[in-house]
Design a protein around this ligand. Structure first.
Ligand code: C2E
Ligand code: MG
Ligand code: MG
Length: 686
């Protein structure tokens, strides 16, 4: 719909000319062939052509050449007027007479004159408008940039080519503690080592990243990761350097922590195995050079598992931490305490001049360990077994020394609580052939290498033998006697204890009937049962069958269990104990007192009898603490209706002490060692 605003009279065409002349814009009329037919003064001014020149030109000549191709007049605008935006402002460029370009906005209006389609164009010079817009948008962009810079968490510092700071963002202020005003104008070299500019310049637009320390206002330094890039002008001249940096204190700390973790034990913060080996290796090199000694001491806490099991892991952990501190207090700067894991510690002593000196230091460690300590409100006395291996006698490399210290520790553990052993080559057999022993033990039963010996138990009231304890013996085919302390743990490890235990039980029940006949009065029988057997249900059938087959009355059979059983699985333990007792068989707690918070069990479990561990009995007449423990155990047990046995009684003084305190039964070398069943009558007669 082309608006027909003009008629075709001359008057009207004059009027049109006058209107065009009066408008502030450049106006020009173009005929269907693209020729300019009418212009106003403003058009002359805008394009720099005179009116006559313009009226002789094609409109295309007012458009820069590069746009002409796209110009719509070419492809017949007047045939397809609908293709053309009429009225609306379009921004394009005009071409002046002098060849310069001018940004313009044009509005097009179709006009019908003498059946021909003409176009009236109004042209506005928008140079100024664009300029203002450009400034506006530049301002906006700058504000954008500024606010981005201000909110970035990175420190951003720009310096000029001389290294003078020209700007810095708030993150830089925060990082360094300087205000922007203090930073601007000062040399960036005051903040950190200068950058090798030429090097950087060889790689244009390269970003160089490095870790450096920035100096802060308060004199401290802060580690940062700094990315440096060059600021270059359009013609590639370096005008400055942009330093973008962020604080890497935390990362550094994390790295240091990881390095620490690789060498130190997490719980106690003592050096770990890795660090121990490194240090020991170093110490040994020095020792070789200076001809001095190095002693490696393996320390294993006694019954530590029981602390964990009975008081909880947090108490166990607390104990380890306190023990670590205690051990650390015992060493000199050149010595070392390390934790190998679990309850195993290693102390390395260096710089001692004589073995007496070393002995004194070890003695002081041994004295410090069992000092009472309070962990989460529990007073705990923990002892340890020590094994010592010295360079050069027991080895000259870390691995050998540690292995030998371990073998010595194993021997100490076997012997008694809180003791130590020096490494001797013979100790190696004990640990080395554990595997061989396990294999040999498998055949021991078939080959009749296992037997049972019996040790008497004496009533302290009457002085008469009342019963026997069955103790397993292993006499190997090649003539060696291996004690139960060595082979029972192996049998427990490989599961053979089930078979072995069954065999001992049946053998002992049968033997007891025979022995009772021989001595002429009914003996009671005590049989040791290991935890593994105890939790095996089929074992209850084995028990019943042993009684049935032998004819031993159930009330003459006692089963000896250790405190550890209560910690394994308390509910199951109570269940088994009750079943056993319902058969008429008694339950005895063996080695009583070596566990922790032992007395508490007495009230919780249905127990008939307790055997005070021989480690207490051995010192009962000389050690006030042991005496106090023994007294307490006897009183408590009697209060709870239990019988008390003192085990390992060797002297009359011990016997007298126990009898005076009301202990019921005694067992020990004072009366008899364990003997084969056919020797029991003789043992009792003597
Ligand atoms: P236990 O049940 O506490 O047995 C007492 C141990 O102390 C026996 O050692 C015995 O010979 C020893 N002993 C007795 N009186 C004295 C004394 O006056 N002084 C000294 N120094 N020692 C004395 P043995 O026969 O070497 O047995 C060691 C442990 O092996 C036993 O300790 C027991 O826990 C275990 N054991 C022995 N036979 C068996 C068994 O058939 N089954 C199970 N599960 N364990 C057994
Ligand atoms: Mg026993
Ligand atoms: Mg015992």
């Amino acid at each position: 719909m082309e608006p027909e605003i003009f008629s075709r009279t001359d008057d009207e065409s004059t009027m049109l000319r006058q209107i065009i002349e009066a408008t502030p814009n450049a106006m020009l009329m173009v005929d269907p062939r693209g020729r300019i037919t009418l212009v106003n003064t403003q058009t002359e001014a805008l394009f720099g052509y005179s009116r006559d020149e313009l009226l002789a030109m094609d409109v295309e000549q007012l458009i820069p050449e590069r746009f002409r191709e796209h110009h719509t007049y070419r492809d017949g605008f007047f045939d397809r007027p609908d293709r053309r935006e009429m009225g609306a402002g379009r921004e394009l460029f005009g071409r002046r007479r002098d060849g310069t370009e001018v940004p313009i906005e044009i509005g097009l209006n179709p006009i019908q004159i003498a059946d021909e389609q003409h176009v009236l164009a109004s042209v506005i010079d928008i140079t100024e408008r664009l300029f203002v817009q450009a400034i506006e948008s530049a301002k906006h962009a700058d504000r954008m940039r500024r606010s981005i810079l201000d909110s970035l968490p990175f420190s951003i510092i720009a310096s000029d080519a001389d290294g003078t700071i020209v700007t810095a963002n708030p993150a830089a202020e925060r990082l360094l503690g300087f205000d922007r005003d203090e930073l601007v104008g000062s040399p960036i070299g005051a903040l950190r080592d200068s950058v090798d500019m030429p090097l950087l310049a060889t790689r244009p637009d390269a970003v160089d990243e490095r870790e450096v320390d920035y100096s802060r206002k308060d004199g401290t330094t802060i580690p940062v990761n700094e990315a440096i890039s060059l600021i270059a002008s359009d013609d590639a001249e370096v005008t400055g350097v942009l330093s973008v940096a962020y604080d890497i204190t935390q990362r550094r700390e994390a790295e240091a922590f990881i390095r620490h973790m690789a060498h130190f034990d997490f719980l106690t913060d003592l050096p770990n195995r890795t660090q121990l080996f490194e240090r020991l290796d170093h110490d040994l090199r020095l020792a070789v050079r200076h001809g001095r000694g190095v002693a490696v001491t393996m320390i294993d806490l006694d019954h530590f598992k029981r602390v964990n099991d009975s008081l909880g892991h947090h108490v166990g952990d607390e104990l380890l931490v306190k023990m670590a501190a205690r051990l650390r207090a015992q060493v000199r700067p050149d010595d070392m305490v390390a934790r190998l894991g679990g309850d195993e510690f290693v102390m390395v002593f260096t710089g001692f001049d004589s073995s007496e000196q070393l002995q004194r230091r070890i003695a002081s460690v041994l004295k410090a360990i069992p000092e009472p300590m309070v962990c989460s409100g529990h007073e705990i006395i923990v002892t340890a077994s020590l094994g010592i291996a010295t360079y050069p006698l027991a080895g000259s490399d870390p691995t050998t020394l540690l292995k030998h210290a371990d073998a010595a520790m194993y021997q100490a553990k076997k012997a008694a609580r809180n003791s130590y052993r020096w490494f001797e080559p013979s100790m190696l057999d004990a640990t080395n052939d554990k595997l061989a022993m396990a294999a040999a033990l498998r055949h021991a039963l078939d080959r009749d290498e296992i037997s049972v010996s019996y040790q008497t138990q004496v009533s302290l009231e009457t002085g008469r033998v009342v019963g026997v304890e069955a103790l397993a013996r292993w006499h190997t085919s090649d003539g060696r006697d291996i004690g139960p302390d060595r082979f029972i743990p192996v049998a427990e490890d490989n599961g053979l204890i089930i078979q072995l235990g069954e065999w001992v039980l049946r053998r002992a029940c049968a033997d007891t009937m025979t022995m009772s006949q021989e001595v002429g009065f009914p003996l009671t029988l005590a049989v040791n049962v290991s935890p593994r057997q105890f939790h095996d249900r089929s074992w209850l059938d084995v028990l019943q069958r042993a009684l049935d087959e032998s004819g031993l009355p159930a009330d003459r059979l006692e089963l000896e269990i250790t405190e550890g059983i209560f910690m394994d699985d308390p509910l199951d333990t109570i269940d088994v104990i009750q079943t056993v007792r319902s058969l008429g068989v008694s339950i005895v707690v063996d080695d009583f007192g070596t566990g922790f918070s032992s007395l508490a069990y007495l009230t919780r479990f249905p127990i008939d009898k307790i055997k005070i561990d021989r480690s207490f009995i051995s010192d009962v007449v000389v050690d006030a603490a042991d005496a106090a423990i023994v007294n307490t155990i006897i009183v408590m047990a009697h209060t709870l209706g239990m019988t008390v046995v003192g085990e390992g009684v060797e002297t009359s003084a011990q016997e007298t002490y126990l009898r005076d305190r009301g202990c019921d039964v005694a067992q020990g070398f004072r009366y008899s060692r364990a003997v084969p069943p056919d020797a029991i009558a003789a043992a009792i007669g003597s």
